[in-house]
Design a protein around this ligand. Structure first.
Ligand code: SF4
Ligand code: SF4
Length: 170
């Protein structure tokens, strides 16, 4: 039994078995979506949100799959997903650093340049990263891109703002 069965955490092994992790050479080319939605639920918001039709589902209940070669890493699916289950990963800098983009709906809203505590899939701290971009959707969801160590690209899935006087508390 994996962690998904036990506590609702989508572990890397599950993603690997389902073939949902983009190949390393695709991550090296630039931002690409990782759709970590492994429950069979009647939702296709991400399919409709993708402007290049890179996400497909066999039927409304099946798990979504990304065509990593079609995906442009635009982030539209990430901002639209009601389950906050979509991330962007990017290893194109080739300098030991990577960028992960995480959907975020908490306060305070981080700002570019700010340091944050990186959290893994279980919510455990695994270091610090730097916010490099913040984009807001039409509703309350933000897409926060954080620079991290390359080897943590599939580990970091949450973060905590290290509070300072510049953080926005809208
Ligand atoms: S990041 Fe953009 S191109 Fe890639 S799957 Fe999501 S919506 Fe489609
Ligand atoms: S929009 Fe989100 S919750 Fe709905 S199918 Fe896509 S990934 Fe899953």
């Amino acid at each position: 039994m994996n962690e998904q069965d036990n506590v609702g955490i989508v572990d890397i092994e599950t993603l690997r078995k389902l073939d949902l992790i983009p190949p390393l050479n695709r991550m090296r080319r630039g931002s690409v979506a990782v759709v970590e939605c492994v429950e069979e639920i009647p939702c296709d918001v991400c399919v409709a949100a993708c402007p290049v039709h890179a996400i497909t589902k066999e039927d409304i209940n099946s798990i979504p799959r990304v065509d990593f070669d079609k995906c442009t890493g635009c982030g539209s699916c990430l901002l639209a997903c009601p389950g906050l289950a979509i991330f962007l990963v990017d290893l194109s800098t080739n300098n030991g650093k990577g960028r992960v983009t995480i959907p975020y709906e908490l306060l305070p809203i981080p700002i570019k340049g700010e340091r944050v505590t990186l959290l893994d899939r279980r919510g455990e701290p695994i270091g610090e990263g730097k916010v490099v971009k913040v984009i807001k959707s039409a509703d309350k969801t933000y897409a926060v891109t954080i620079e991290i160590e390359e080897d943590k690209i599939m580990e970091v899935r949450f973060f905590r703002v290290i509070k300072n006087e510049n953080s926005l508390s809208l």
